[in-house]
Design a protein around this ligand. Structure first.
Ligand code: SAH
Length: 257
């Protein structure tokens, strides 16, 4: 009989933000297939006898990498193994979790989906930024800033023109490389240059950094602070709450890791 595949979120980085279910599976599955964004502190907790396979994306080669991951899930499951497919954040937020589930379905392999805490909400929270707030934001959109590489596979694209009028808070994942264009498009669509933003780099980890500014100076600020992925951009009034509600740096400095 085939084994099952558990498509599971590992949370945003802080190992304590893994769910109880994810930890249980980490300890009990026969094989763990894990991504680049799953933190080392989590990998270190995989039992010695469990087979660990890194299936992180080789830069510039998303197609081959996804094909290999799909094939590995099926071949381990067909050997009767229980497979933990562990992904950064939540598997259904820009995580291709659904595509993997579709592949498993096609190959008659049973699966479960275990949600994780997505970086889209956890990184802002660790920076003291609420995505909604009764005074500043009653709506939020989570969008990708990196459609180019996926273009041949997906006909969809973010409607940057309509976003400013439609939502109060915009959260951009995978947007650092395209930040100039994103800010430009949003300003062309009506957002003022004075609109606040915050960027959270390596959110929820000991390496977390936060920079803030406004859309008019976003390119200068990010260039100067040399922000690197993984990082998330939060645009809207709530970004200014960072200065008031920031709490993580004191915890992080008191207890490294
Ligand atoms: N499924 C993941 C997202 C995968 S897309 C989730 O739910 O979190 C990868 C993008 O997620 C990165 O480019 C970055 O924008 C964001 N990201 C992931 N981990 C992050 C972290 N610890 N801090 C900031 N951004 C992060």
């Amino acid at each position: 009989m085939s084994g099952k595949v558990y498509i599971c979120g590992a949370g945003p980085g802080d190992p304590k933000l893994m769910t109880v279910r994810a930890m249980e599976l980490l300890k009990s599955c026969d094989v763990v297939l894990y991504d680049r964004l799953v933190g080392q502190a989590i990998i270190d907790q995989i039992p010695e006898n469990t087979e660990k396979v890194y299936v992180g994306r080789a830069v510039g080669d998303p197609t081959t990498h996804q094909k290999r991951t799909n094939e590995l899930m099926v071949s381990y499951a067909k050997k009767g193994k229980s497979v933990l497919r562990l992904k950064g954040g939540d598997p259904f937020i820009f995580g291709r979790g659904a595509e993997e589930a579709e592949y498993l379905l096609k190959h008659d392999i049973g699966f479960e989906i275990i949600p994780g805490i997505t970086s889209a909400i956890a990184s802002p929270a660790y920076a003291g930024i609420p995505l909604t707030h009764r005074r500043y934001s009653s709506s939020v959109a989570i969008v990708t800033g990196h459609e180019g590489a996926e273009k041949e596979e997906s006909p969809l694209s973010v409607n940057w023109k309509k976003l400013p009028g439609a939502v109060d808070t915009i959260v951009v994942l995978m947007g650092i490389g395209q930040i100039e264009q994103i800010a430009g498009d949003l300003m062309k669509a009506g957002l003022k240059g004075s609109t606040k933003f915050a960027i959270v780099e390596s959110g929820t980890t000991a390496k977390q950094r936060v920079v803030t500014g406004n859309l008019a100076n976003i390119v200068k600020v990010t260039g100067k602070s040399q922000i690197k992925p993984p990082a998330i951009i939060i645009i809207g009034k709530v970004a200014s709450l960072h200065k008031k509600l920031e709490w993580f740096s004191s915890v992080k400095n008191a207890k490294p890791g």
